[in-house]
Design a protein around this ligand. Structure first.
Ligand SMILES: C[S@@+](CC[C@H](N)C(=O)[O-])C[C@H]1O[C@@H](n2cnc3c(N)ncnc32)[C@H](O)[C@@H]1O
Length: 273
């Protein structure tokens, strides 16, 4: 199914308004390949008719389906390895010391996609820091996408997904085979609270965070939105907290309140003192 220039612009604006996601000018093919199937599923024989329905209809359901179809949900267990090593060898040991009187730790994974990232963090805690399980652990994972949050909550993964980044011992220890799929065990699922949060909007109430993973999502936003999000993040970060960004993301030239932690390839930042 092809998209007319007018409808392409309508969809680009919709993504910008609803999710702050920037779709570049020459990305008609992306819209055609992702929105064609939505049109078909919803009973429209062209993208033009789907867009007509979007224009005539203020009901959010259809709009949300289009937005979700155009988000990129690429993720994997222990993606990029090093950030998780830094979490294990530097950040969590330090937090265990710093918070030992309070015995409370707040973690937020702010673009959790289908769940591999928060569940990787949960496995690190279970495997290496069992003491934390007796603390008040507030572990929130969020995403804009209802479909992704449903996947996170189900904790189900395909063979292909568990083959990406997960070691055999962890797979055997924390997952159960369920037909063709693998289900993460309840003990891990229950560690994480999943919420819908649109990062482009004013954040809802969140406790002051000790550790934030906000990886591979700022890349989809324009400069002003990146600045707005980094500013909001600052307001919910403890002074000695850690922020992890994706490998292609930085605070440089966006927000000078952050300093990069000197650990190679970890994308780890702290607030300047
Ligand atoms: C590429 S995935 C990154 C997943 C994971 N953080 C990682 O690094 O593997 C990007 C995620 O950001 C989410 N996303 C896109 N726009 C968003 C927004 N405005 N608010 C919250 N999440 C958003 C998408 O739904 C998607 O699940």
């Amino acid at each position: 199914m092809s998209v007319t220039p007018n409808d392409f612009n309508y969809i680009r604006q919709l993504l910008l308004d609803r999710a702050a996601i920037v779709i570049e000018e020459n990305k008609e093919y992306l819209v055609e390949s992702r929105i064609g199937p939505v049109a078909k599923n919803e009973g429209y024989d062209s993208i033009e008719k789907l867009v007509q329905a979007l224009r005539n209809n203020s009901n959010n359901g259809l709009h949300n389906k289009v937005v979700e179809a155009l988000t990129t949900n690429e993720t994997s267990f222990f993606r990029d390895v090093q950030p998780f090593e830094t979490l294990k060898t530097l950040v969590l040991p330090e937090m265990l010391k710093e918070r030992k009187t309070k015995r409370e730790l707040n973690i937020w994974c702010g673009a959790s996609s289908s769940g591999q990232e928060p569940y990787s963090i949960a496995m690190i805690i279970k495997e290496n820091f069992p003491l934390l399980l007796d603390w008040k652990l507030n572990f929130i994972a969020s995403d804009i996408s209802t479909e992704m949050l449903n996947r996170c909550r189900s904790g189900e993964f395909s063979q292909l997904e568990v083959n990406r980044g997960l070691s055999a011992p962890l797979l055997i220890k924390y997952f159960e085979k369920d037909g063709l799929r693998w289900s993460i065990k309840k003990e891990l699922r229950e560690m994480v609270e999943f919420k819908q949060i649109n990062l482009a909007e004013t954040f809802p109430y969140l406790p002051k965070m000790d550790i934030i993973f906000m990886r591979n999502v700022l890349i989809y936003f324009d400069i002003e939105m990146k600045k707005k999000i980094l500013k909001q993040l600052r307001s919910i970060m403890q002074p000695d907290s850690y922020l992890f960004l994706g490998a292609a993301e930085t605070t440089l030239n966006l927000d000078e309140s952050y300093a990069r932690v000197d650990v190679k390839y970890s994308g780890c930042y702290r607030l300047k003192g």
